[in-house]
Design a protein around this ligand. Sequence first.
Ligand SMILES: [Zn+2]
Length: 507
Amino acid sequence: MKLNPELLLPAARALLVFAFGAALCWLLLKGAAYPVSAPEVLAFAAFLFVAARSPAVLRVLTALVLAAYCLYFPVGLRYGIVSEGQIAAAFATDAREASEFFGTFGALDFASPALLATGLALFYLFARRVRLFQSRKLFALALVLTAAASFETKAFHPLTHAVKLTNRVVAERANLKHMDWTPAWKVLSARPAYKNYVLVVGESERRDYMNAYGYPEDDTPFMSKAPGIVYEGFTAEGDGTIESLTRTLTLPDPKTLQPRYEYNLVDLARAAGFATAWFSNQGYVSRFDTPLTAIGERSERSRWLKFGRDASRNYFDYELLPLAEAELERDDPRPKLIVLHLIGSHEDTCERVSDRLPRVSRVKDPAWKTPGCYLDTIRQTDAVLERLRDLLAKKGEPWSLLYFSDHGLTLVRQRGVMRFLHSPVSRQQRDIPLFLTSSDAKEHRTIRGLRYGSSFLEGFMEWTGVSTRGIPRPRSLFLAPPDAPRAEDEKLRASRPDDPPADIQSH
Ligand SMILES: [Zn+2]
C-alpha cells in the first residue's frame, strides 16, 4: 500500500497535537488527584481535541472546567482529591489561615496554573487548525462520543465530586446558621475549686471492655490506678454520638429529654467567667457533626483537626495534646475549661490505632482483628488521658480532669468477621465510662450507681463550682444519690439482646 504524503503530513501533525493534549490532560487529572488511568487521559484529550472546533458555548464551558482543574492543580498535588473538610475550610477560613495555607506554596505552585493554562491555550490554537471531520454529522457524533467516554472513564469525576461536596457543605452551613441561639443561663455564682478544668469526651468506648471496670486485660493502666473516682453506672442518652451528646452537653428538657441548646455547657462556662476552648478530632460539618460543632464553636478558642489544610488525613487523638498544652500555657487570669472531643474507638477502629502509643492486642485470628483494635484504642485513649494529666501537673496549677464516652458499641459477627457496630443495639451499648481525677485526689475508688447522661450538666456545674437560678445547688455526678430508674429506659434495655464482654484476646 502506498501512502499519500499529502495525507501523511496532516495526520502526523494531528497526532502530535493529540499527544500534546494528552500530556496536558495527564497533568490536569493528576492534579485533580484522582487515580489516573490511560483510557481516562485519552478520552479527555480526544474530547478536548474535538471540542476545539465546537460551538462557542461549549468552548466557554470547557474553558471553565479546565480553569477549575488548573487552579486546583497545585492543591491537588499536595492534598489529593478535594474533600468535604477542605471545602468547609474554604468557606470558613479567615485571612490568617489562608495565608498559612498558601505560605507553604513555592513559586512553582503559584505559577503552575498559569503554565498549564498557557499549555492549554497553545493546544487549543493547534487543535482548532486541525479539521478532523468533513461532515457535520460525523463531527457531532465524535463530540458526543468523546464526551461520553470522558464521563465514563471518570475524567470529570473530580469536578462532579467537588460540586456534590460543595452542595452538601452549603446545606450543612445553613443548618449551622440555624443553630444560633441566645444563651438562657442566669449564673448566680462561680467558685471553681481548680484553675484548669479539662473535659475529655470519648467515642464509642464501652466500659465493660475497660480494665478500670473489671475487664481482665491491662487496657486502662492509668484509669485503673489513678487517684480519683471511677463511676460505674453512667448511662448514655442515646446509641449514637449526636443523640447522646446533645442531651449530655446541654440541659435537656426534663420531660421529653430533647436537647435545649440555649442551656449548653460552653455558654454556661462562658457566663461563669471561664476561658473556654474546644479541640476536636471529629468532623466539622456533616449531618453527624453539626449540632456539636455549633456547641463547640461557642468557645472562645476552637479547633477541629480534620478541618482545613489536610482534611483527608487521619489524625490521632494525641495530636490534640499540643493544642491543650498551648491553651494551658496561655496567660489568662480566668479559670480555664478545655474540652477535647476524641475520635477514640470510632469505626474504622483499626485506623485509630497509632504505632506511637502502647498497644495490647494479641489477637491472631484475622476474623477478630477489629475487636483487637478496639482494645488497642481503649488502651490509647487511656494513654492520652495520662499524658493530659502529665501536662496539667507540669503546669503546676490546681487542675481537674473529667472523662466520659458518648456511647458504646455492640460486638457483631458480620460475614464471618467480628466487628463493633452501632447496630444491632445491645443492652450494653449505653454503658459508658465516667472518670474523674484531680490535683488533690488522694485515693483511687469506684462508686456504683445509676447516673443518666441528662444529669451530666448539673454534675458539670457542681464540678466547676457554678450555680444558676434554675439549679442553685447542683448535685455531684459522683456523690449524689443515684438517679431514679426511668421506666421507659428500663424497658428498652430489657428488650435488647445481651452482649456480655467477649474474651477477645483468646482469638
Ligand atoms: Zn459516637
